[in-house]
Ligand binder design. Sequence first.
Ligand code: HEM
Length: 437
Amino acid sequence: MQAKIISNKAQTKVTPFQFTWRMLNNPLDALTYFAQTYGDMTHIQLPKRNFYFVNHPQFIEDVLVKQHANFVKGPSIQRARVILGEGLLTSEGKEHLAQRRALQPAFYRNKIEEYLPLMNENILHHTEGWENHSTIDMTEEMMRLTLNIALWSFFGNAPQDSVERVSRSMKTLIRLFPLAQLPLPDVTRMFFPKFRQAKDDLDRITQSLINNQSQVENVKRALIQILKEENNQFSESQIHAHTLTFLLAGHETTALLLTWCWDMLAHHPHVQEKLQNEVDAVLENRLPTADDIQKLTYTTSVVKETLRMRPPAWAMGRQAIENCIVGEQEIKAGDVVLMSQWVMQHDSRFYDSALQFRPERWLLNPKPSLPRYAYFPFGGGNRVCIGEHFAMIEAVTALALIARHWKVKPINSKMAIPKPSVTLRPRANVKVLIEKR
Ligand code: HEM
């Protein structure tokens, strides 16, 4: 599906007041409004710099792929350095390229498939205490499940106190993240006691997980060994930054994806039934293998459709380091370009019935031609999410194993309301009623 570009160049300037007022009210509605009102290129003039919000796959591809060398990560990721240090998410240029080359092999699909038995075991263990006809807080449960899986995969074990402490610190840091967004020097932020406490605790847990010299088989295969083996390449502070990045980036996003999947399934019983039929037919009574995951095509399309409608990464930014041109718009060094998965992936120019949850759209044969960047839940270009296979395999496995034994029903008649913060979270935790199948 191709779509004509609605304005190659920003025609109207959005004022700082209009931008701030709308974004404070509801960022998802604000960005949707800008795209619908001003077309595919909105110019927002803020006191210190220009922002351009682009909403066409061609422009997004320009920024992320064709002209990526003209851009670095946007201000909000730059400020996340105060938490993450110089890891893969925050480094730039040659430094990033070298890190990415060294780490990429550990994230190839066949490598990630080796973690499958560990994922299966964690999912079964996590759900064994669930009781028939009880209410389950899926937001909490999925957060803990994915954190456990991350700890086991990255460090080879998951000491109970580390699960508690990482969850607690993460909650504080996410709550206080707007603080990290204030344009203050890093050192000032460290005077906010709660922020500093949470960050210090995360650093301490990460370091003790790194130092764990246990020789169990799991540890030998865990991601941390790959970092340590590349010892000549990675300094101690880089190992620390990478592990912290994988721990944070690697569990919260996937937990939210799963939470949104359960909300969708609870409110679309016919989709849930179809998914369960597929799981029964493919798995019978076995635990999923890598081959099974490939065969779970409907389950995979439920995950893809959820990523379209509830993208955990709902917007991303880039800052120009060189003057360049996107569409016909001149972007000056220092300007910021915003792109939103939420707005693009709800665009009816590219999706029939864009507001409807229809996993079948991913199985159509022949596939409708979707421009590459009309769908980018994992970003794109040289900074595409390194954990994409990890997240997809984990999400499909968790849905399949849980849906095989449990039917979920909604508690509220309305679906959860998305609340965008660092990631796209539900405004209130998603709770469902579970029934044994
Ligand atoms: C549903 C789950 C996930 C979503 C939606 C997601 C989304 C994203 C997006 C959109 C980016 C690009 C950000 C940008 O370019 O500004 C990204 C980068 C990244 N993600 Fe993920 N992610 C997920 C899971 C994971 C997992 C499981 C891991 C680790 C195992 C991970 C680690 C990273 C890292 C390290 C980067 C930076 C890559 C680079 O810049 O080279 N993510 N993610």
